[in-house]
Structures are given as structure tokens and as C-alpha cells.
Design a protein around this ligand. Sequence first.
Ligand code: ADP
Ligand code: ASP
Ligand code: MG
Length: 813
Amino acid sequence: MKILKFGGTSVGSLEALQNVKLIVEKEFSQNEPLIVVCSALSGITNMLLLASEQALEQNDFSRILKSAEEKHYQIISGLLPRTAQNPLLMMVKVSFNEIEDLLFSIRNLGELSDRIKDRLLSYGEQMSGKIITAFLNSESFPAVFQDARELIKTDSHFGNANVDSKKTNENLNNWTLGNHIYVVTGFIASDENQDTTTLGRGGSDYTSAILASGLKADEIQIWTDVDGFLTADPRLVKNAFSQPELSYQEAMEMSYFGAKVIYPPTMIPAIENQIPIYIRNTFQPENPGTLIHQKSEISKGLIKGIVSIEKTCLINITGNGMIGMKGFSGRLFNALARYDVNIILITQASSEHSISFVVNFNDEKKAGKAIREEFEFELDSNKIDEPQFDNDLSIISVVGENMKKTRGISGKFFSALGKNGINIIAIAQGSSELNISAVIERNELSKALNVVHDSLLLSHVKTFNVMFAGTGNIGKELFRQLEREKKNLAENHQIKINVVGISNSRTMQLIDNPESIFNLEIENENSQKTDLESFIKLIASKNLPNLVFVDNTSSEDVVKHYPDLFNNNISIVTCNKKGNSSSFEQYSKFKRLAKKNNVNFLYETNVGAGLPIIRTLNDLWISGDEILKIEAILSGTISYIFNNYVGEKTFAEVVRTAQELGYTEPDPRDDLNGMDFSRKMLILGREIGLPLEMSDVSIKDFLPEACLQAESIPAFYEELEKHEHYFSSFKNEAESSGRKLRLIGVLEHGKINIEVQIVNSDHPFFGLSGSDNIISFTTSRYRNTPLVVKGPGAGAEVTAAGVFADLVRVTAQ
Ligand code: ADP
Ligand code: ASP
Ligand code: MG
């Protein structure tokens, strides 16, 4: 026999109920009974509760009641043929009259007992059960309504009653079942006096397990609105995914720690009778969902889920008098139990001088009372200090049965939190070693859940929240590449890039995961004037996980914000050389801040665009190789100019063509004066630990003074023409001896020199073509044959690709 339970949303709309019918049709075999447990229509329990609170406070509750009533009418009229509607409409009318009577008496008496509350709430399940029975009948199913209060017996702990299994099972044994569909009310039961009780919020799940146990059912199916038991609460973690299988213990631990998808006590009768529980999605019935059972062999996957309790209170008791006080914890926990306070987590310092524990937010007052009552003497005589309460806290827990056999999980867990700047207030590992928990500030919970989820559940997509500065050639090209690779990143590398903001020198805009980055209109009605400081503040305040700032500008203004970014735990990926090539002090500060805040600072494209230059150098340096000499051609523009300055063309003509092809800066002198080259050489020097400044770079000017000083770009070209004989003297010298002009930078003995050289055909830089860059590292290991990296070292496409690679490297770490 199977027990099917349908939750509130599964019976709360016409669409859902049509699916319920299809599911029941599939599961009902005609050879045996089928039990269908129903919750109240979605939202109804909450509405009744709210109405009762309004009544208690002498407020008007009629509007709430009206809309609850209306919801039932709408379902009945949309679901049933006209002829079958009347008795149900009557039933709902009568129920709401009774509900109204109850609410009036609450209002008149100014009193609301848990007993009356249970009676009130029970109408939700009674009405939905009757409507669903009639609906199934109207579809020709042999459905019978059954009020659970006649079957499930409990004590009189209203609101959260304890099941009397003996009596309940007796009733269930005596229940004669035909080959029908029995529609049973979830959530409600009754005590010895036949008063209505409830099993706790979410208790319909429990109803199904109680019935399954007493009726020796073969399986329980919990039909809800998600694809099963997910790795995290989908409302908080977008990347949560469904687990195909969980053990009872794992499911229990996760539900106990906040996974609302199943009510924790549900697992107990299921475990006792080894009944498998399936969690399925009413709205995606083809999805297999999650199977919860006693696994014979422990299934794959270390971590099964990340769960949290949002509102908790940490209570800290300290005092010298506690040291060695026998039975202190025993007395404390007994007192708390007397007041019905549930302790979620405990940590005790080994000094025995303090004890901290976490309780539910709602239990804070009760806990305070219990402590005062129990330790009145100790408090009065200052043996223990006044307890401290901190109620702005949440608990985040990692759950998985295989964790106990594996080292390093807690390290990963805590480092994911630390990396994102989340402060850990207390830590506990359950003795079952099924979970590791951390207490954190409540406003950091969402970020914590997401980073921990992404870093511990590696097999699935890791989301990076990225803000972009710069929408010029490189910025646009990067967007194009990210757009093109979106699918590949997600499917093959499990990476999702979520764009959270874009800025350029004029405007900025916060964006939440646009469909297409490339088609983004940065300047539209939502954009504001650029103010990076408030932009960063705003993004940081959202507490997003894995934040990265990508700087595709060449602006000093943007660089000024790097410290602020690092201090907000934001990684930086940049092709902007200005940051690393200003003072050595600034360069070191960025490195220091990135390290201190545990974030990445990646700038491969500062030198040679996408070529692996900095990475190669770092690898040599880290692995202990000694860098003897670095020789390089790092100006693609000058390479292009020299390579094309042959034959009849004048130097001015070649420069002009280079500019027209987009190879030069807007003012070609910014390339020709060697400044850009110097910055790159400087960065390389710093990367091997040399505290170099720009003044340490010696550069022999190639351009005559008059060209450098020309007032405008046209005037500059005129000067170039005038000095053609000067340039051609170099050219002729080179050409006449079969050699070539090259602007070469050399770093040796801690010094940098950049100058034009005329190189022979046996020089490794002789054969360089087009606008390529080349760099050769002579090291202790690569002494005879230097290590050479060569390739296109400029242009939007390769630079954007280099930035892209750095972004992916952040994600890989
Ligand atoms: P029902 O009304 O069907 O009983 P609930 O609202 O009680 O449904 O439980 C299902 C909801 O639980 C989901 O919609 C989801 O938002 C929430 N939830 C929280 N944590 C989890 C989790 N780990 N897996 C699945 N759902 C979860
Ligand atoms: N209707 C009840 C509640 O909202 C029981 C349930 O849905 O499981 O708590
Ligand atoms: Mg539920």
C-alpha cells in the first residue's frame, strides 16, 4: 500500500489539483487501497492563524476571513461540475460560520488558548479533504473522506501534540479498508477527550508517516512544489539542486536544521518500519525526486546539503564560580527542558569558565526565565555573571553522513566563510558527526549559504558575481566572449558568471543577472552618473558571494578604489596597468590587502595581453629558479611600426597606418615614447621582488624632442615628416646589413634599460612579425636556452581573452 501526501501548494490551485488527479490515477491500482493525505489549501493555515491573532487584539479579521473563504469557492467552482458544487459550497459556508463564531468568542474573551487555536486551524484540512474527495469522485474515482481525528490519538499538548502510537495503531488496525482511495486530513488529530489537536506546523508530512507505520505501508510519497530534497533551501540558494538519495539520518538532520521540505518527526515512524519516503514535485511529476531510506551502502557524495536556521539566539553564561561546579550543565539543561526550550547547539570552552548555547529565537525569553529561576543564588552571589543574549544570529550547517570519515571538510567550510569575510561566532560538530555548524551574523546568512554551497558541492555550478568597469573595446569584447562561452562555462566548467553591475567613465548601473550581457544597454533609464564609491558600497551591502571586480579601463580613478574593493572581500581582475606600475608602495599595498582579505588579485593582461608572461614568471620565481635576465619586446605597436618600416614608406606613413588600424593609443606618442613599455618592464621587475620605481627605468628616447613636444597630433605628424632623414638613417643602417630595428627592454642586475637596437638574423628577436610580443627569460634553469614566450601581445580580442582566463582562475581557486 502507498501513502501519498499532498502539501498546501499541491492542492492550492486548479493547475495543481489537475496534476494531483493524474498522480493519483497513476498510483491507484484498484487491487489495494490508496491513502491520500492532504494539507489545507496553500496559505489557509496561516490566514486562520493571523485571523485569530487579529481577534485576540480586538482587530477586524473579516477581510482575512473573506479572502480565505473566497479561495475555497474559487477552487470548488473551477474544479467541479456544477451539479456537484452545491454541497461543497454549503460545507464551506458552514465551516466559515463556525470559524467566525470561534473568532468572535476569542475577541470577546480576549483569550486564545492553544486548544481553541487547534480547533480553529483544523478547519483548513477538513475543508480541503472534503473538496478533494468530491473532486476525485467527480472524476469517477472511488474516493472516501476520512477525518484523521478518528484515527490519530495524541496527548493534550495542543499545538504540537505527542502521538499515542499504541492507541493510534489500534485504530488503524481496526480500520477496514476496501479498494478505495481514502482522503485523510493531514496535520490534525484528537486527544482522549476528543478535543482537536495538531501535530505542529508542517505536520501533514507526519500524518502520512503515522498512517504508513500503522498500516504497514510500502512507501510514502510526499508531493510538494520542488524537485525533491534539495542541497539547500532554493529560496536562499539559487544553485541548489535535488539529491537523488538521502539516508533517514541525513534527511532528519537537514529538516531539523531548517529544511522545511519535510517535517522532522516524519522520519521516526518511517525509520522504525523501514518505509522509504519519496519527495516528489507535483508540478513536475516526471522528475524522480529524492528517495529517503536506510541505505545499505553509503551513497556517493560527502556533503548532502547546507541548511540554516535564520533566527536564533546565542546565550552565553560565564563566571568564575562555574569552574569545577559539578552538575552545572545538567542543572542548566534540565531547567531549560522544564521551560520547553529546545537547545539547538552547545559549545563549552575547555576552561569550564563559560558555556554558550543556541536556542530558537522565540525561546529567548523562556530561556532567560529558566536560567534566572535555576541559578538565582549563583547570580545573586556573583558566582556567575548575568547571561548575555545575542539574537541577531543564524546557524549554518553542513550535513552529510560520509563526512565523518573524511578529513578537511571543516577546513573547507570555514575557509569558504573566511574568504568571504564572514565572521564565525561559534562552531559545533554534532556528536553524530553528521553535521558541522557555525553561528554567524544573521545579515550574512544568505552570502554564507551561497559560498558554502558553491565551495562544498563542487560537482555543481559555482556562481560568481561580477562587476565590470570599462565598456570600451576590451570591455565589449569580454562581454561578447562571456556571452559566447556561457553554456560551455556552465556545462563543462560548472561556472556561472552573474553580472551585478557595469560602469564606465560616465554611467553605472546595478544589474541582476541579465539574460544577455552583450546586449546590455549600460546607458538607459536605470543608469546613474558614475560614482564608484557608492557603487561598491551598494554591491558590498548586498552580501553576495564570490564577488569579483573586473577593471577593463586604463583609468587611475578606478585604481583608487582597489583598497576599498579588497577590504570588502572583492577579488580584482584587471588589465589596467596603472595600478601596478605607479609607486612600488601602491603595488605592494594591493598585494598585501588582497592577501589579508583572502581574495584574488590577477593582472596577467598587464603585460603582453593574453600571453602567459606573469604566470610563467611567477611559476619560475615560486619554484625557486633564479631569474638572471629578462629581455622583451612588449610594445606590439612599435613592433608593428618597425616591421612595416621598410622600402619606400616614410616613418610618418607607417605610424599613420598603425593608428588607422587601431594599433596605437589615440596619441601614438604614448606608445612611441616607451612609457607603456616601461610600465610593463617595471611590473615584471616587481614580480621578482625588486622594489623598482619608474625612475629606475632608463629609456633612450627614440623620437626626437621636437616630435615629442609637438602641440597636436597633426603637428606631431608634421614633425615626423620633417625628421624622416633621422628615422631613415636607422632604417638604412639596418637594411644595408640585413638586420632589423627592434625596441628591446632588458632587465638585468636589478636594472631596466629600454632602447632601440639593430639586431642580427641570429638574434632570437629578429624573426618577430607583425605586432607580436616576445619575452625571453634567462634563469639558472634556463641558462643556455632561455624560456621564450611569443605571440600577439595587443588587441582587444587577446586582451579580453586574458581577462577572461584570469576571471576563470579566480573561480578555480
Ligand atoms: P508543502 O506545503 O508541500 O508541505 P512546504 O512549503 O512545507 O511544502 O515545503 C516545501 C518548501 O520547502 C519548498 O518550496 C522550499 O521552498 C522549502 N525548502 C527549504 N529547504 C529545502 C530543501 N533543502 N529542499 C527542498 N525544499 C526546501
Ligand atoms: N496546514 C498545516 C500547516 O500549514 C500542515 C501542513 O501543511 O503540513 O502547517
Ligand atoms: Mg510542509
